[in-house]
Design a protein around this ligand. Structure first.
Ligand SMILES: Nc1nc2c(ncn2[C@@H]2O[C@H](COP(=O)(O)OP(=O)(O)O)[C@@H](O)[C@H]2O)c(=O)[nH]1
Ligand SMILES: [Mg+2]
Length: 605
C-alpha cells in the first residue's frame, strides 16, 4: 500500500513536471519581449504559478489543505468548528474581527510547517487539537476577514494561503449571497483550481424560507456566480453550520425555520471523497493542470487583445522600410556620376582578364593607362577600386588618410546621403506605426525612432556592400558578354590574318635567301598597327554602346530594387524581434489550447 502510494506520487510528480515545464516555456518567451508591457506582469504570474506547482509537489504526501473564505459574518468560523467537531476552536461571532491572521487548524504541529514557512509567523496562527477528529486527515484554514478596515493588509495573506490550498470552500451568507465585491475578488483565484476543488456554500440557510431558497435564491445565485467567474460551479451546498456545532445555542427568538440542510453532503465530500489518499494526489495533479490552463489562458487573452494591432504595425513597418530602402538606393544611384570613372576602370580590368590575342593585349594596356591616368593607382594597393569607392563607411574612415590622392569625401557623402534618405522616409511614417505599437501596448519609448533604428554604421556598411555587390555583378555580366569567343575571334581575326600574311612573305623570302628591305617591315608594321587600332576603336565603340558606366549603374540599381524586399534593416532590431516573439507566442498558445481541446483535456477556461 505504502509502496503503491510512493509510485503513484512519483508518476504524478512527473506529470506535474510537464505542466511546470509548459509554464516555464511561457515564462522564457515572455522574458524575451520586455518592450511589450503586459509581459512583465504575465511573467510574474508565470513565476508564481510555477512556484505554486513546486509547493504542490512538496506536499504530495501531506494532508489535504481545505481553506474557507468568505465575507465577515458569513459563518466561516462556525463552519470550521462544525467541520472540526470542536466548538470554539475558531473564535466566532461577537469577538469580531475574529480573524486578523490566517488561522491554521491541524492535528500535529508539523502539519502546518509549509504554511508557516510560506506565510511567515506574523501572518498565521497555528492551533492544534487532537480532539478534532477531522484534523487527523486534513488541515483547515480560516482566512482573515475581508471587510475589515485592514483589508489591504489581508490581501497578501489570502493570496499566499490560497497558493497552498487544495480545496477552496467559498462561504456566502444566505441573507445576502450576491455580493459582487467578494465574488469578483475571488474570480482570479477560483480559476487556479480545478472545477471540483472549488466548493460554494450558502450558509445560515435556517434563516430563510425553504421554498424560496430552493426555487429562487439558489438558481439566481448559480447564474450570478457563473457569469462572474465565467465557469459553472459544480455544486452549491445550502447549509446551516450552526446546527452542527456540539451546542448550537439557538437564540430563543430565532430558531431554525426549517430542516433543509445539505451539510452532511458537504461533510462527506470533504472528508469522504476528497480525503482518500489516491484522491488527494489526483486532486493536486488536477489543480496543477488548472493552474497551467489558467496561466496559458491569461497570456492568450492578453495577446489576442493586441494581436491585430501588432500585425498591422508589422505590415506597415515592412511597407515603410521598403520605401526607405528604395529611397536610400535611389540616393546612392543619384550619387553615381562622381563614381563612374571607377566603374569604367573596373570594366576594363575585367575585360583584360578575359581577352586574349592582340586586341586583348591592347585592352590590358588600356586598363593600366586608365588606372594610372585617373590617379587610381593609389587605390589599387587596397584591391578593387570599386570597393574603395563604395566601400563601407568604416572602411572609408580607416583608409581615408592613405587615400589622400583621391577625393574620398565624395564616397562618404554618398552613403551619408543614402542613410539620410532612408531615415527621412521612415520618419515620415513612424508616428503612425509607433501609435499602433503603443496601442498594442508596446512601451512608449518606441515612439523615439532613434532607439529603434539599427546602428547607422552597420546600416551604411550593409547598404554600401549591397550596392557594391550589385555593381560588381552588373560589371561581371557586361564583361562576360563583351568577351564572348566569337567576338574575340572577330576582332582579332584581321590582325592575326595580317600578321600571318606578313610572316608568310617574310619566311618565304628568308628561305630563298632573298632578304627584304627595311621599308617592307615598316610598312607591314604600320598596316598591322592601323588594323589593331581600328579593331580596338570598334571594340570601344561597342563597349560604350552596350556597357557604358551609366547603363551599368542603372542595371545595378534595378537589380537592387528588385531585391530590396529582402533587405530589411529593421528586421534585425530588438523591436521587430519582440513583435515577432509576441505574435509567435500567440500562435503557439492558441495551438496548445487547440491540442488540449482535441485531447479532451479540461477546457482552458
Ligand atoms: N442562524 C445561523 N447563524 C449562524 C450560522 N452560522 C454562523 N452563524 C452566526 O453568524 C455569526 C458570524 O459567524 P462567524 O462564524 O463568526 O462568521 P465569520 O465572520 O465568517 O467567521 C455568528 O453570530 C454565528 O453564530 C448558521 O448556520 N445559522
Ligand atoms: Mg471568523
Amino acid at each position: 500500500m505504502a509502496a503503491n502510494r510512493i509510485t503513484a506520487t512519483l508518476k504524478t510528480s512527473g506529470a506535474v513536471e510537464t505542466h511546470r515545464h509548459a509554464i516555464q516555456r511561457l515564462q522564457t518567451a515572455l522574458a524575451a519581449c520586455p518592450l511589450w508591457s503586459p509581459a512583465v506582469a504575465l511573467h510574474k504570474q508565470c513565476a508564481e504559478a510555477a512556484h505554486m506547482i513546486d509547493k504542490l509537489v512538496e506536499r504530495f504526501d501531506r494532508k489535504l489543505v481545505v481553506t474557507l473564505i468568505g465575507p465577515t459574518g458569513s459563518g466561516k468560523s462556525t463552519l470550521l468548528n462544525a467541520l472540526a467537531g470542536v466548538d470554539n476552536l475558531s473564535a466566532s461571532g461577537h469577538q469580531r474581527p475574529t480573524t486578523r491572521r490566517a488561522v491554521v487548524f491541524c492535528g500535529e504541529k508539523g502539519d502546518a510547517d509549509q504554511l508557516v514557512a510560506h506565510l511567515g509567523t506574523e501572518a498565521v496562527s497555528v492551533i492544534t487539537s487532537q480532539a478534532a477528529q477531522a484534523l487527523a486527515q486534513s488541515i483547515l484554514i480560516d482566512t482573515p476577514d475581508m471587510d475589515s478596515t485592514e483589508q489591504q493588509n489581508h490581501i497578501p495573506i489570502i493570496h499566499k494561503t490560497l497558493a497552498l490550498s487544495d480545496i477552496l470552500v467559498c462561504v456566502f451568507n444566505s441573507e445576502n449571497p450576491k455580493r459582487r465585491d467578494h465574488v469578483d475578488f475571488l474570480a482570479p483565484y477560483v480559476r487556479r483550481f480545478q472545477g471540483e476543488a472549488v466548493i460554494c456554500v450558502i450558509n445560515r440557510c435556517d434563516r430563510l424560507d425553504a421554498v424560496e431558497l430552493k426555487d429562487v435564491i439558489v438558481p439566481e445565485f448559480s447564474g450570478f456566480i457563473r457569469s462572474a467567474w465565467q465557469r459553472p460551479v459544480e455544486k452549491i451546498f445550502c447549509i446551516s453550520a450552526r446546527r452542527h456545532l456540539q451546542e448550537p445555542d439557538w437564540d430563543p427568538g430565532a430558531p431554525p425555520r426549517h430542516d433543509f440542510d445539505q451539510y452532511p453532503e458537504l461533510h462527506e465530500m470533504i472528508f469522504g471523497t476528497f480525503n482518500r489518499p489516491g484522491f488527494i494526489v489526483d486532486q493536486r495533479l488536477q489543480n496543477a493542470v488548472a493552474l497551467r490552463d489558467y496561466i496559458e489562458a491569461e497570456v492568450r487573452t492578453e495577446i489576442q487583445r493586441d494581436r491585430p494591432t501588432l500585425t498591422e504595425a508589422l505590415t506597415q513597418m515592412t511597407a515603410a522600410e521598403k520605401d526607405g530602402v528604395g529611397s536610400a538606393l535611389a540616393s546612392l544611384y543619384r550619387e553615381t556620376p562622381g563614381q563612374l570613372l571607377g566603374v569604367n576602370v573596373r570594366l576594363y580590368q575585367l575585360l583584360a582578364q578575359r581577352w586574349t590575342g592582340p586586341v586583348g593585349w591592347l585592352i590590358a594596356l588600356w586598363a593600366r593607362v586608365l588606372v594610372f591616368g585617373s590617379g587610381m593607382a593609389a587605390l589599387l594597393r587596397f584591391g578593387n577600386p570599386l570597393r574603395q569607392l563604395w566601400g563601407a563607411v568604416s572602411v572609408v574612415g580607416r583608409y581615408r588618410k592613405a587615400k589622400s590622392a583621391v577625393a574620398d569625401s565624395e564616397e562618404g557623402k554618398g552613403l551619408d546621403q543614402a542613410l539620410r534618405s532612408y531615415r527621412l522616409s521612415l520618419l515620415k511614417r513612424w508616428p503612425e506605426i509607433a501609435e499602433l505599437l503603443v496601442r498594442g501596448r508596446f512601451a512608449p519609448e518606441v515612439r523615439d525612432i532613434a532607439r529603434v533604428l539599427p546602428e547607422p554604421g552597420d546600416l551604411a556598411a550593409e547598404l554600401g556592400a549591397r550596392w557594391n555587390g550589385a555593381l560588381e555583378r552588373s560589371l561581371e555580366t557586361a564583361a562576360a558578354k563583351l568577351s564572348g569567343f566569337a567576338l574575340q575571334v572577330l576582332f582579332n581575326l584581321p590582325i592575326v590574318a595580317l600578321l600571318g600574311h606578313v610572316g608568310w612573305i617574310t619566311a618565304r623570302n628568308y628561305f630563298s635567301g632573298n632578304y627584304l628591305p627595311g621599308d617592307f617591315f615598316l610598312h607591314a608594321f604600320i598596316t598591322v598597327l592601323i588594323a589593331l587600332l581600328l579593331a580596338f576603336f570598334f571594340f570601344q565603340v561597342l563597349t560604350r554602346a552596350t556597357a557604358s558606366p551609366d547603363r551599368l549603374a542603372r542595371r545595378a540599381f534595378q537589380g537592387l530594387q528588385q531585391q530590396a524586399a529582402d533587405f530589411m534593416p529593421l528586421g534585425d532590431t530588438a523591436l521587430t524581434r519582440q513583435i515577432l516573439s509576441v505574435l509567435a507566442l500567440s500562435a503557439e498558445s492558441a495551438k496548445a489550447g487547440e491540442d488540449r481541446r482535441l485531447e479532451g483535456g479540461p477546457p482552458a477556461r
